[in-house]
Design a protein around this ligand. Sequence first.
Ligand code: ADE
Length: 273
Amino acid sequence: MRLDVVTIFPEYLEPLNVSLVGKARARGQLDVHVHDLRQWTYDRHNTVDDTPYGGGPGMVMKTEPWGDALDSLLADGYEAGDGGPVLVVPTPSGRPFTQELAVELSERPWLVFTPARYEGIDRRVMDEYAARMPVYEVSIGDYVLAGGEAAVLVITEAVARLLPGVLGNAASHRDDSFAPGAMANLLEGPVYTKPPEWRGRGIPDVLLSGHHGKIARWRRDEALRRTALNRPDLLERCAAADFDKKDREMLSILGWAPEPGGRFWRKVQDVEE
Ligand code: ADE
């Protein structure tokens, strides 16, 4: 997979040389190009921003540097369609970045990231390139960062670990929390490793039992428990049919019940007298 990042802070992308993404680069599984947007400025101050039309606080990134930068890097191998590039635009106004979107992006051969600073990029830039390639405006969460570079690191890591051969164990992402196609999207429960006792704290007996069925059941119960606690919204989205008999027993211990009609699950409220 090829990745291009255009930014005014190329050094912010240094972590792409480290760990999983760094190794994938070293092995030739990822071909990463980081470009300094100011390369495509032609005035003395290397200006990339200007005041917003209509007024208001902050500055807006100018069309020309972005247009010249994107034209220049797309000229190197652009083709339309499935084999071509997609533009990934990190912005708090984008669609939520999810595991499903990570999978979708991991199936593309070429991602071009345009992390912005200031109040964002002049809209005409995205409108221009949307005519040539898919444009994904993506938010990594409901908070505002000072720029999109951290979001590029997040998205790249989530995508890179899905590429064939990048993770040591191909099964590692099959059971990910949020893996698409899972029966129900549950958070993963707790994990343990040696030593068997640490500061007086042991390991749940079932994990030492060697009984695969019981271990799988325990893991599922812990996943239900953690999801009910930290992400009740995920349980609320599950259809009643997502759960087997044992799941239902656990959900009911956790205070959840099928809604009338049995289509989804909901937290049972204490009935006030
Ligand atoms: N840029 C600033 N905030 C962001 C966010 N939450 N997601 C993606 N890009 C951003």
